[in-house]
Design a binder for this molecule. Structure first.
Ligand SMILES: Nc1ncnc2c1ncn2[C@@H]1O[C@H](COP(=O)(O)OP(=O)(O)OP(=O)(O)O)[C@@H](O)[C@H]1O
Length: 285
């Protein structure tokens, strides 16, 4: 499903949570939606999933506006960091509701995931720990098999082994059932290798939309004698740099060939370093 966003803005009083955002997501990819606190990620995902209305501009999914749109709502599953389910319901009832709502719902997968995460179908939502509630959110999101599945910081409280399990299952299931997955997280280093395309928001604006592959191709990790590294970096954007005695190593934007021609050693930049750098860059930098 293609998502087209044109000049989309959302204001809360004086505050521009989104400021004329334009994007096209062609779909069937895993997108990383990144940005610092308050950048506008949740606002964007809420508009995309039809929960709130934009103040200006347009958003369409396969040509239709998602707001209050029954046909589209069953194609979009939004899992937020908390309060996805009514506290009085039992897990079993949550699964039932999701199975009615999402036409592609996979009950077998849901039950498998509950077992992996040690969740009992008879448990009430209000008795779950934070991590258990997140695991249920992830279960519901994955088993929905919704053509557009949006995870907004879905694993608050989950421990590292459970998160790892989640990534593994997500990737495995995505290979077999390609769909659009939009993933917002601050744990960039953990998930960056999963992203096929990266969107970075800063203060309500899109500052980058690029395939992870292109991002990797544009960046290099170089090392060599300090003066040679200095000369090479003179006209480059530096991501990170370390000097030790007479030698230096740096991550920077630049071409592998140019660095090799300059007599430097060249490797790839770990994608998470790059994303952390990009999300942290100051406005106007
Ligand atoms: N309901 C609201 N009322 C007023 N301001 C809001 C509301 N929701 C969001 N905002 C403001 O809009 C801006 C964007 O918030 P949003 O939650 O979309 O950011 P975010 O990128 O998801 O942040 P985080 O990473 O902290 O979750 C922030 O300045 C926030 O204070």
């Amino acid at each position: 499903m293609e998502i087209k966003v044109d000049q989309l803005s959302k204001n809360y009083g004086e505050n521009n949570a989104l400021d004329q955002v334009s994007l096209t997501l062609e779909g069937n990819k895993i997108y990383g939606l990144l940005g610092r606190n308050g950048a506008g990620k949740t606002t964007f995902m809420d508009i995309l999933s039809g929960q709130i209305l934009a103040s200006a501009g347009s958003i369409s999914i396969d040509g239709e506006n998602p707001f209050d749109n029954q046909r589209l709502t069953e194609s979009i599953c939004l899992i937020k960091e908390a309060n996805n389910f009514s506290p009085e319901l039992k897990i079993k009832q949550v699964l039932k509701i999701y199975s009615y709502f999402y036409p592609n719902w996979n009950q077998e997968m849901a039950e498998e995931l509950l077992e992996i995460f040690n969740l009992k179908q008879s448990a009430k939502i209000k008795t779950l720990s934070k991590g258990m509630e997140s695991a249920l959110g992830i279960t519901a999101g994955l088993a929905s098999r919704a053509p557009i599945t949006v995870f907004d910081e879905p694993y608050i409280g989950m421990d590292a082994p459970s998160r790892k399990k989640f990534y593994e299952i997500l990737l495995e299931d995505y290979q077999e059932n390609p769909r659009t997955i939009i993933f917002s997280t601050h744990l960039i280093d953990e998930v960056s290798l999963m992203f096929e395309e990266v969107i970075i928001l800063r203060e309500g604006s899109v500052i980058l939309q690029e395939s992870a592959e292109d991002l990797r191709a544009k960046t290099i990790a170089i090392s060599g004698p300090k003066d040679q590294v200095d000369a090479f970096l003179a006209d480059k954007e530096i991501i990170q740099r370390n000097d030790l005695a007479g030698s230096s190593m740096a991550y920077a934007f630049g071409s592998r060939k140019e660095a090799l021609d300059a007599g430097l050693e060249v490797e790839g930049v770990p994608v998470q370093e790059l994303m952390i750098h990009l999300t942290e860059k100051k406005k106007g930098a």
